[in-house]
Design a protein around this ligand. Structure first.
Ligand SMILES: Cc1ncc(COP(=O)(O)O)c(C=O)c1O
Length: 434
């Protein structure tokens, strides 16, 4: 179809990247293109899809909702779908998390958490607590605040003077240990920097933000559980809020409903999006404790949280979210994730000693293979070659530079998941000639 107006595709360099594939239909784990191809969606369409594309129950819920209420603003109004979604989501969240603020996507969920943290301290009469601590290799989104807390990279560089300064501390990237130790004998020494910082600057620090247990876009870096647990302890000891960005890790990705559950950690604020609607419609949410919410409730209007987008709590997205939650309640979703995890484990073990493989890691439904590369990083020359290689073999994988990862919808069959891993094994065999 010819149009005067051209779609500008995200994360795409038109001068170098192949033209976009035209998808005409999606079902289960498959994407169908107009040139007759069927691709396995090995990355859940940017980490959003949970139960397979066009899941009948989610589609039916959206259709039913669309006959009742399309959209209404959430300031001064409420509706049944958002109330039911809040109840169902609440059943999966820790007891102390009592409030939910809706927005549009993962980046806005992060912006909301950062702004809430800052205004919380201001409303509490401690306005000097303004600074945010974030991890190396972090990725929290592409809006200005989310970019500020994300690690420095070629993605953020053109906007360097827009980003507010943050205190940067080590990530537990064990394969590239920031303090030169090995996990078998270390005492999570990478946390010493955070401990020292909080000791010295606790009166200036509002919050620490982490991607719990799994840093996604930074390279699918899996952290030891103790790293998250001790971060929580340090935040509590020093009266600093902990923000868990569960935009990627939420809704089962790491093997439990939320990554924080795996570590028995309760954050003060949690950012949700991606899988919140089963990966079907955009929606973001920031959840927080009663204590945080309480600091905004006052006869003084200046304490109001003046933040809101056009579409928070959209009824169609909420209906999709409710249907997705019901699938968690009625289908063996966590068992499916365990099966995926077991296959990942078996297949990673089979390639970990390959000469081209530097490191393998996995958690829940996510598996990653870091390849040896002279130009390691997102711009590695391997990336476009591998992307094409997998597409040519019917699999959508988008390596993060020299890191191949698989993050499938939970509905993937063992057969299809093995097929994906077969293609990865084949790519390793042919790496020199790609
Ligand atoms: C951990 C994390 N936070 C935030 C975001 C931003 O979400 P969105 O792309 O919906 O703005 C992402 C996106 O990948 C993410 O992985």
């Amino acid at each position: 179809m010819n149009s005067r107006l051209h779609v500008w595709h995200p994360f795409t360099q038109e001068a170098l990247d192949p033209p976009p594939l035209r998808v005409v239909k999606a079902e289960g784990v498959y994407l169908y293109t107009d040139d007759g191809r069927r691709l396995i969606d090995g990355i859940s369409s940017w980490w959003v899809n949970l139960h397979g594309h066009c899941h009948p129950a989610i589609m039916a819920a959206i259709a039913e909702q669309s006959s009742k209420l399309d959209h209404v603003l959430l300031a001064g109004f409420t509706h049944e779908a958002i109330e039911e979604l809040s109840v169902r989501l609440g059943n999966f969240l820790p007891e102390s998390i009592e409030h939910i603020f809706f927005s549009d996507n993962g980046s806005t969920a992060v912006e909301v958490a950062l702004k809430m943290a800052l205004q919380y301290w201001e409303n509490m009469g401690r306005a000097q607590k303004r600074s945010i601590v974030a991890l190396e290799h972090a990725y929290h989104g592409d809006t200005a605040g989310a970019m500020s807390v994300s690690a420095d990279s070629s993605f953020t560089d053109p906007f360097r003077d827009l980003r507010f300064p943050v205190q940067r501390v080590h990530s537990a990237y064990c394969y590239r240990c920031p303090v030169g130790l090995t996990r078998a004998t270390c005492n999570i020494d990478c946390l010493d920097k955070l401990a020292r910082l909080l000791e010295e600057k606790r009166d200036e620090i509002a919050a620490v933000i982490v991607e719990p247990l799994l840093q996604g876009a930074g390279g699918m870096i899996v952290h030891p559980i103790e790293f998250l647990q001790r971060t929580r302890q340090l935040c509590t000891e020093h009266d600093v809020l902990l923000i868990a960005d569960e935009v990627l890790t939420g809704f089962g990705r790491c093997g439990a409903m939320f990554a924080c559950n795996l570590a028995n950690v309760v954050p003060d604020l949690m950012c949700l999006s991606k899988g919140l609607t089963g990966g079907v419609l955009p929606m973001g949410a920031t959840v927080c404790t009663a204590g945080i919410h309480g600091a905004f409730v006052s006869a003084d209007r200046a304490r109001t949280f003046y933040h809101g987008h056009s579409y928070p709590g959209n009824p169609l997205a909420a209906a999709a979210g409710i249907a997705s939650m019901k699938i968690f309640e009625s289908e063996p979703v966590l068992e499916r994730i365990q099966t995926i995890g077991a296959i990942h484990g078996e297949r990673l073990a089979a390639v970990q000693n390959h000469a081209a493989v530097a490191n393998v890691r996995s958690i829940g439904s996510v598996a990653a293979i870091e390849l040896r590369a002279a130009d390691a990083g997102y711009s590695s020359k391997l990336r476009p070659k591998l992307y094409k290689f997998f597409l040519d073999r019917g699999v959508l994988l988008r390596p993060l530079g020299n890191i191949i990862y698989v993050l499938p919808p939970y509905a993937i069959s063992a057969h299809d998941l093995h097929f994906v891993h077969d293609q990865i094994a084949e790519s390793l065999r042919l790496l020199g000639s790609l």
